[in-house]
Ligand binder design. Structure first.
Ligand SMILES: Cc1ncc(C[n+]2csc(CCOP(=O)(O)OP(=O)(O)O)c2C)c(N)n1
Length: 345
């Protein structure tokens, strides 16, 4: 049982956080079913078990902030305000999806919500986060760029380059490491000589600390503290959120590298069940109020499924859109060369 404390947070915030986590859980449980029904195809990485991280962090942000994350992105998009309909339509490959049906599960994107993906290359979005923060800094725009990534990304060169430049240029970035202990089938201990992740980030003179990622209240408090530091001009902050995914890495993963016992032990720390019990025990919420949250989340998800199902497929003549550059007058020579070679225009 997690030892929750309000400690500066209003009870309503705790209730909102529970509702946020439930929305993500319900949406993703449904995604797993839709994958089995071949409605969602391609890759699908579920965030089930890790919901407290996205919920707690997003709760502390404003619409002005920028958010980037990995391919395990459905919950982040949903809690950032991207409509469930456009997320589901994207996963169904419909042109009504938030990336026009072109990206699928791993590439959700919605600039209107300052949600810059959904990035499939491990560590590849850290430099993008630094670039967004650099732009904000140069334009004197008060905003934080929040970049979620797995601990697997900390073995990539981009991690080190990004933290170095963010610190050197005093950029407003919050680096959120979602440490679920495994990068696909590779455990942290078997791949890294230094498993104290905050220590690694501290090597770049970045304030860094670890937080219990199964305790959504701790996550929200830590994020508030970090964004205050960043907006106060303190430069980047790194937080390691210690969490666990209850499902396999993706729908293709037979999950043979960890024991059933280990998974069961972590499930006892389920961020939703634990916060539910705590709120009820402390009479901050009633069971029927919480049942209603589940009901609303189911309705939201089913509305999204119906809308996605009814969404248009991309027209065949758009097959090469965004793939081959449109040819303008300046490229006439190249155009005639391409056409005479039988290329696509
Ligand atoms: C540069 C790169 N190398 C390898 C892969 C293949 N790959 C996809 S997910 C993954 C594991 C990443 O683990 P982690 O960063 O801890 O995030 P998690 O999946 O646990 O959320 C790998 C190696 C990739 N997408 N990009």
């Amino acid at each position: 049982m997690t030892d929750f404390r309000l400690d500066g947070l209003a009870p309503e915030v705790a209730i909102d956080l529970l509702s946020d986590m439930i929305r993500v859980r319900v949406f993703e449980e449904r995604c797993a079913e839709l994958y089995a029904d071949a409605k969602i195809r391609g890759f699908l990485h579920l965030y089930i078990g890790e919901e407290a991280v996205a919920a707690g962090v997003m709760n502390a942000l404003t619409p002005d902030d920028n958010v980037l994350c990995t391919y395990r992105d459905h919950g982040h998009a949903l809690l950032r305000g991207v409509p469930a309909e456009s997320i589901m339509a994207e996963m169904f490959g419909r042109s009504s999806g938030c990336s026009g049906g072109r990206g699928g599960s791993m590439h959700l994107f919605d600039a209107d919500h300052r949600f810059y993906g959904g990035n499939a290359i491990v560590g590849g979005h850290l430099p993008l986060a630094v670039g967004l923060a650099l732009a904000d800094s140069m334009q004197q725009r008060a905003a934080v760029t929040v970049c979620f990534f797995g601990e697997g990304a900390m073995a990539e060169g981009e991690f080190h380059e990004s933290l170095n430049l963010a610190a050197l240029w005093n950029l407003p970035v919050l680096f959120c490491c979602e440490n679920n202990r495994y990068a696909m089938g590779t455990s942290l201990e078997s791949s890294e000589s230094q498993v104290d992740l905050a220590l690694k980030a501290a090597a770049y003179s970045i304030p860094s600390w670890a937080v219990d990622g199964m305790d959504v209240l701790d996550v929200a408090r830590a994020t508030r503290r970090a964004t205050q530091m960043i907006l106060g001009g303190g430069g980047p902050v790194f937080i390691e959120f210690q969490t666990y995914r209850f499902r396999a890495h993706s729908m293709f993963d037979p999950d043979l590298y960890r024991s059933a016992d280990e998974i069961d032990r972590w499930k006892l720390r389920d961020p939703i069940t634990n916060l539910t019990d705590w709120l009820v025990t402390h009479e901050l919420a009633g069971r029927s109020q919480i049942d209603e949250m589940w009901e609303q989340a189911r309705s939201e998800t089913e509305r999204a499924v119906s809308a996605a199902d009814a969404g248009p497929l991309e027209p065949l003549d758009g097959l090469f859109d965004h793939v081959v550059a449109a040819l303008g007058p300046a490229s006439t020579a190249a155009s005639s060369a391409t056409s005479s070679a039988g290329g696509v225009s």
